[in-house]
Write a protein that binds this ligand. Structure first.
Ligand code: URA
Length: 482
């Protein structure tokens, strides 16, 4: 049997979510739903009206991704999202990971949507609509015409509502119209391209554009990819482009004759960093070994500058349990292996007490470079900050994707944040399981270095026992989860 679902062009996300939940509650497989609404060649029926018995737990990461993907113009987006939900529900791989073909596709879609919204915010140009005398509101009225590539008017309009909250405005597009009147935003049907009046702000934009225009930097391809030609006709400033291009060569000559302006101090260093970052723009590694090789060259943040080397994970590539620490310490940085120093010894003892054999686990860190401050010959550990953890999440995500552990144990706050995105204090979370950004379960525990730092022997013994208990439970859960 095929079920047909027809979704509205407004409030699409909520409508899709309701339909997907309903379908999942009846365990309707992806290949039995036609999201185009007509059932294709097959006689189609509507989804059952009442929810079925199956309860679906939807991770936040999925809701976030779906909330963006849904606005893409790809006709298969609804089906792809449902496929991902289906797989999440069945613990079938990691459909949200970029290392999974479906996850990769969803991430590309969300990128396309983000770019489109960004372009709308940059290129919508309002013109003032003169009052016809009948308006009762003292607010000025503006209107714009815009042609987005995807269905981004709805998610992109709140930006204008915040920015131009004291005016009434309308943005018309070929698919939908957004209207902001008296402080409330609503969406209506598509409009034909309006014949909007000119106003003074066009002149302002034109002057602005002419002033910042640098004729020596004319790169039509680059210009068009930043500001594609299809937007030009709606941008008043672009009317000046032909005129400026005509004069460009003469202006370049004049600039050359005037001599170069010296670069600002630090410009060379910024440019080197920028080039390095571009050179290592993420090409998706195909294997765990390729991921490791790429990580050894990592320059995603500044920690690579002072550290000796990247410390990649070690252990079984098919481990059911992954243990994640914070970052390498002094000894790990020198040896290139995680957990070989004092914290590693304490962890090793706790693992032995919990009956967790080190050959069966994958041991790694949230951050792969040692962060420290120098005091004479000493290198003192520093806690990695949020951007550093976020940059390094790329590598942790690849380890998770290739190893696909059933269970992950987060040691300490940095690991817990890297894995779950949750930065709440650890005390209330220790010993509990959360859903990771990769959609797998994450058990939160103490970091061994934290235990070693506890001055009170009783507190230290209790925390050590809790770590042993958490290791034992994580190991048991890893074995039990299919
Ligand atoms: N602390 C960690 O979090 N990881 C290591 O590898 C060593 C110390």
């Amino acid at each position: 049997m095929t079920f047909a679902v027809a979704l509205p062009d407004r409030g699409t996300f909520d409508a899709w979510r309701t339909a997907a939940r309903l379908a999942m509650s009846h365990r309707i497989p992806p290949d039995q739903i036609d999201w185009t609404g007509d059932g294709g060649l097959f006689a189609a029926t509507a989804l059952p009206a009442d929810p079925g018995p199956h309860q679906v737990l939807v991770p936040q990461a999925f809701v976030k991704l779906a909330g963006s993907v849904i606005w893409h113009s790809d006709p298969a987006r609804f089906a792809r999202l449902y496929q991902a939900l289906w797989r999440i529900d069945r613990h079938d791989g990691m459909p949200l990971s970029q290392a999974d073909p479906l996850g990769r596709r969803l991430h590309l879609l969300t990128k396309g949507v983000g770019r489109d919204i960004h372009k709308m915010h940059a290129f919508v140009r309002f013109r003032e609509c003169p009052s016809d005398g009948s308006a009762t509101s003292p607010r000025r009225r503006f209107a714009a015409w815009f042609e987005p590539e995807h269905n981004t008017l709805e998610p992109g309009s709140s930006f204008f509502a915040k920015r131009f909250g004291d005016m009434d405005w309308l943005i018309a597009t070929p698919r939908l119209t957004a209207q902001f009147e008296g402080g409330s935003l609503s969406f209506g049907p598509a409009a034909a391209r309006p014949d909007l009046p000119e106003d003074a702000s066009e002149g302002l934009w034109a002057t602005y554009f002419a002033n910042i225009f640098n004729p020596a930097r004319i790169k039509l391809h680059a210009m068009q990819s930043e500001m594609p030609k299809k937007y030009w006709k709606n941008l008043p400033e672009t009317r000046l482009i032909p005129e400026m291009l005509k004069d460009a060569e003469a202006r370049v000559q004049r600039m050359r004759a005037a001599g170069a302006t010296p670069a600002r101090p630090g410009a060379a260093a910024i440019s080197t960093r920028y080039r390095a970052a571009m050179a290592q723009a993420p090409l998706l590694p195909a294997t765990l070994a390729e991921a490791r090789d790429a990580a050894l060259q990592c320059r995603r943040c500044a920690l690579c500058e002072a550290a000796t080397q990247t410390v990649w994970g070690t252990g079984a590539a098919d481990a059911r349990l992954m243990i994640v620490g914070e970052q390498p310490g002094d000894q790990e940085d020198l040896s290139g292996r995680p957990f070989v120093g004092p914290a590693g010894q304490m962890l090793g003892a706790a693992m032995a007490a919990a009956g967790v054999a080190s050959e069966r686990v994958w041991l790694t860190n949230a951050v792969k470079h040692f962060k420290f401050t120098s005091r004479g010959k000493l290198r003192l550990h520093q806690t990695p900050d949020r951007p550093e953890i976020e940059q390094c999440r790329w590598w942790l995500g690849l380890e998770l994707a290739f190893i696909a552990p059933r269970m992950t144990l987060a040691l300490g706050a940095a690991a817990a944040f890297a894995l779950t995105g949750n930065a709440a204090p650890l005390a209330a979370r220790r010993g509990t399981t959360e859903t990771g950004l990769h959609d797998g379960p994450v058990l939160v525990s103490w970091h061994p270095a934290h235990i070693l730092r506890l001055a009170d022997p009783q507190s230290r013994d209790r925390a050590r026992q809790e770590l042993i208990d958490d290791l034992a439970s994580a190991d048991a859960l890893a074995t039990r989860i299919a």
